[in-house]
Design a protein around this ligand. Structure first.
Ligand SMILES: [Zn+2]
Length: 177
């Protein structure tokens, strides 16, 4: 039996004219192969048009919201943990000073005062050195070297800012609750 052009029409989902439809129907009545093909096409088309189960979108949204809430909770706990560790380390560093102060306040104040004076004089000396260098250096260093130095410092500063920014933006990934 000749199945053309009906087979092609069915496979291509061709839009048929009234005359073509009549021809196809008469062929389908006599041909098992083509009527099976036509049925398969119909089944496929209805499967393709099948809509998702009712409430699917809503359930999906709920799951997404729950996932986000979980992520936020993890982030919060991560921050709390970080702060707790930070406070612990800080306390560990500060505790000896507190103990020393409570044991001998006057002694401690004297020590702290002398240390403060030492830092102050060091800073003064340092700034003096910087001042002298600043007065002498321009005679030794040509202008283009200053430009190179300044741009290097600017680049380092930029790098530092970027690294801090990236660290601040990084979110804990793969933290298991
Ligand atoms: Zn046929």
């Amino acid at each position: 039996m000749n199945h053309q052009p009906f087979e092609t029409w069915l496979l291509d989902d061709k839009v048929l004219t009234a005359a073509e439809k009549r021809e196809l129907n008469s062929h389908l009545r006599t041909c098992k192969t083509c009527s099976a093909l036509a049925e398969t096409g119909l089944a496929l088309r209805s499967a393709r048009a099948a809509s998702p189960a009712p409430g699917f979108a809503l359930r999906f949204q709920h799951r997404l919201a729950a996932q986000k809430a979980l992520e936020r909770r993890r982030l919060l706990w991560g921050m709390i943990l970080l702060i707790a560790i930070g406070l612990g380390v800080f306390g560990w560093f500060v505790a000896p000073f507190v103990v020393a102060f409570s044991e001998a306040p006057l002694q401690w104040l004297l020590t702290a005062g002398s240390y403060f004076l030492y830092v102050l004089t060091s800073l003064e000396a340092f700034s003096e050195v910087i001042r002298i260098l600043a007065r002498i250096m321009p005679d030794f260093i040509p202008p283009y070297a200053w430009m190179v130095l300044l741009s290097a410092f600017a680049g380092m500063g930029l790098l530092w800012i970027v690294s801090i920014w990236r660290f601040a933006r990084r979110r804990p990934v793969g933290v298991t609750a």
